[in-house]
Design a binder for this molecule. Sequence first.
Ligand code: NAP
Ligand code: G4F
Length: 344
Amino acid sequence: MSKRALITGITGQDGSYLAEHLIAQGYQVWGLIRGQANPRKLRISRLASDVTFIDGDLMDQASLVAAVDAVQPDEVYNLGAISFVPMSWQQSELVTEVNAMGVLRMLEAIRMVSGLDKSRGGGGGGGIRFYQASSSEMFGKVTETPQRETTIFHPRSPYGAAKAYGHFITRNYRESFGMYAVSGMLFNHESPRRGAEFVTRKISLAVAQIKLGLQDKLFLGNLDAVRDWGFAGDYVRAMHLMLQQDEPSDYVVGTGRIHSVRDAVRIAFECVDLDWEDYVAIDPTLVRPAEVETLCADSTRARTQLGWEPAVDFRELMAMMVESDLSQASRERDYGDLLSATSW
Ligand code: NAP
Ligand code: G4F
């Protein structure tokens, strides 16, 4: 019989790739969808028509219990979050509610539906396996390079602090109730489906618009920030593999290759034969109150124990994103496409 998976954050970048991957593996996939007439539902239906939607919100405990009870999943992937770091300074409480308390609520939903008794602990863990979308932002002001599973956390934003709570509460439910609950400590991963507010997509969209003469300048913040950027389609394979092991464990997932924002801009402009220095300007308001200067993954455990390897390198990734935005922007320019250039 085919396995059943419930994905929160189904309308996001990772939710879409994971849904496609699981369906290709023969899973029945449910996606938790929040709000009334969520416009992003249509995007997922177009990409993965086999996904069944179920209402729920990480802010609402009862809705999560109802969703888990209705789906009776073998695996739950908790990808839902407010994922844009700068928003976590503007709306710290909301981000903490969703990104930290939301994890606790999802774990509680699984515990309740599985009938695990809080007063006893230990337990058989129930049959539902849980994946938490942890983040390299937890490493923040890094204490060692590259970062691995044992590297100490020093979050630099309310987002990173909330993710650290989600990480530890996931481990705590594993240790307290024997749940198969794991965290993937994923480094930045991008794609043509990345939100337009994140730096790589902001760059690829601008490069496309500039090439077509639709935009003059690209304003950015800190060009010196360094990230370990990979392709989202590669990273969802790691999420799935983490739930297929004999023993639950947390894994760092990244490429181990680093680039600065300046490198990303240069490479993206090179894709369309333009010199980035003619178009990029600094907007100091885009510099963050506390920056994560550099992140670099040591994914040795994921490579050796999960057999995971990334397939797309950074230059290919930027080229893929620029190409996609170029073709979308030219369609929009030529045919007045009803879809905006940022949609997929
Ligand atoms: P994304 O594109 O921003 O998607 C976030 C998803 O969370 C959306 O589907 C959104 O749904 C959903 N969501 C927001 N608030 C919610 C709530 N209250 N209840 C239920 N769902 C809610 O993020 P992503 O890039 O796919 O990332 C997936 C996860 O991995 C996130 O948890 C992120 O923090 C984490 N992560 C991402 C990266 C990365 O580089 N991409 C790296 C490390 C960790 P709506 O359509 O309803 O807004
Ligand atoms: O693309 P970013 O906004 O991603 P950030 O902050 O690293 O967070 C992403 O990766 C995390 C994993 O490490 C995830 F947990 C999180 O959910 C999200 O997916 O910014 C990358 C870097 C930053 O150092 C930022 O200061 O780019 C720098 N940057 C410079 N100019 C800019 C800009 N970032 C954005 N978004 N916009 C700019 O104009």
